[in-house]
Design a protein around this ligand. Sequence first.
Ligand SMILES: Nc1ncnc2c1ncn2[C@@H]1O[C@H](COP(=O)(O)OP(=O)(O)OP(=O)(O)O)[C@@H](O)[C@H]1O
Ligand SMILES: [Mg+2]
Length: 194
Amino acid sequence: MHVFLCDFLLDIVQNSLEADSGTVSILIEEDRRMIRFTVADDGKGMSEETQAKAQDPFYTDGIKHAKRKVGLGIPFLKQTVDETGGEFSLTSAEGKGTTVRFGFDMMHVDTPPFGDLPSTLVAVFSYPASCEIVAKRSLSTSLGSGKWEVRRSLLLDALGDLRSSGSLVLLEQYLRSQEDDLDAIRISHDPEIR
Ligand SMILES: Nc1ncnc2c1ncn2[C@@H]1O[C@H](COP(=O)(O)OP(=O)(O)OP(=O)(O)O)[C@@H](O)[C@H]1O
Ligand SMILES: [Mg+2]
């Protein structure tokens, strides 16, 4: 179910999209050892009690899943972070929003592979919520550094309705070309980097 780091990212972003947010921002920062994700929203936020419960797999808000009593996004992420010496933090204030940060050591043998960021972001940007979504990505290795940023409102200006398959194909191609540029910084000359 959670094979890639992007699967965790998608879960955490989905929580923000489900929280009546006006803006959801996604930051992906990678260096030669760590990959760190920050997902911040200005949605409904959580009380301290809900924050504690959210880390329990047998808690869900009772609305999202009509026929199940478990919420697995945050517990799965925490479990994998704990198993691989990664980082996790959640800060939230009711009525103000939530920020979840998590990071993985890419050299740890049990850290899941990164996964397919372009198709993950296509799923995020085409989610049927009307909020602004901003994704920022950076990569820095001994070979150099690069970054890119995508903003949903600008995508809508450029591509129109993101639910049409033509727009989604264009979006995926665009994101993939941005990632290809970063791959050139990441690979081959540095055998320690996978
Ligand atoms: N960004 C957020 N804003 C407000 N509430 C949140 C946020 N993230 C999580 N929560 C609360 O924490 C609960 C648990 O989240 P978690 O992702 O673990 O499970 P879920 O979303 O309920 O179910 P699943 O992820 O399995 O679909 C949510 O039901 C929600 O009440
Ligand atoms: Mg969830």
